[in-house]
Design a protein around this ligand. Structure first.
Ligand code: FAD
Ligand code: ZN
Length: 229
């Protein structure tokens, strides 16, 4: 109770399975007394491209544009574009970040990747030697909740798509852990389009159930071994 949650949601259709998972999370967490913020990226028409439009006012070096350097400098002087500042404020306030999306090409949809690219700028999320356990977004938790087209068998160790943990490595370790954010077990709903209605209801009920005890969970040991051993 009293915890703040930011759900970054990337699906175009509220009636989708992802839309149902979002709705459940908002309802359940609100019921618990959490305050829930939602960034509905498609509805916001969130800009995924990392361009010089993200810098308000003068450039640090207008001769040769370097996105990382320019956003870092702009962050320090308060010169990032308004949409980024708003997202950073939500991240700053949140105790928990939930990412809700369908798996696209073994990764997140471009609009969500764009959110990562643009919001988690140097100076805000990490700094020169402030990375991984030293990252700037400490004392926060993250949870990747996503759906797949492929079945759980396909994403098993012997399966044709390989262990799902390989997919989690860039997102959980490369992004969240890099920024100092702790990682909870992912929540994966396999192939909601290809299972029975009953099965879908069960998957939704399992999400509700998990959320009830979420604040008692320990983060995973997010190290290379967790992914590749
Ligand atoms: P939906 O189609 O919205 O939902 C499935 C079913 O659930 C629908 O019939 C819907 O009506 C129903 N439903 C919704 N709400 C409820 C409810 N409350 N109760 C009961 N039923 C409900 N998959 C992979 O595995 N690997 C990939 O690399 C990959 N790459 C992709 C790349 C692209 C560009 C695209 C478009 C898809 C890709 N996919 C991939 C597939 C994708 O991950 C799945 O299509 C997606 O995860 C399914 O989720 P959804 O929310 O869109 O499902
Ligand atoms: Zn890690």
């Amino acid at each position: 109770p009293g915890k703040k949650v930011l759900i970054v949601y990337a699906h175009q259709e509220p009636k989708s399975f992802n839309g149902s998972l979002l709705k459940i999370a908002v309802e359940e967490l609100t019921k618990q007394g959490c305050s829930v913020m939602v960034s509905d990226l498609y509805a916001m028409q969130f800009e995924p491209r990392a361009t010089r439009n993200d810098i308000v006012g003068h450039l640090h070096n207008s001769e040769a544009f370097n996105y990382a350097v320019e956003t870092w400098e702009a962050y320090k002087r308060g010169g990032l574009s308004k949409d980024l500042v708003e997202e950073q404020k939500k991240v700053q306030e949140a105790d928990l970040l939930i990412f809700q999306f369908p798996l696209f090409w073994f990764s997140m949809p471009a609009i969500l990747k764009g959110w990562m690219d643009r919001v988690l700028v140097q100076g805000f999320a990490y700094d020169l030697s402030k990375v991984y356990d030293g990252g700037l977004l400490q004392d926060k938790l993250s949870l990747f909740s996503f759906t797949t087209g492929g079945s759980q068998e396909m994403y098993s160790n012997e399966g044709i798509s390989g262990d799902i943990r390989y997919v989690l490595w860039p997102m959980q370790h490369g992004i969240m852990h890099f920024c100092g954010v702790k990682v909870l077990e992912p929540h994966i709903c396999y192939a909601p389009e290809h299972v029975s209605e009953e099965n879908r209801k069960e998957m939704l009920a399992a999400w509700t159930q998990r959320l009830k005890t979420l604040w008692k969970e320990e983060p995973i040991d997010c190290s290379p071994e967790w992914y590749f051993k």
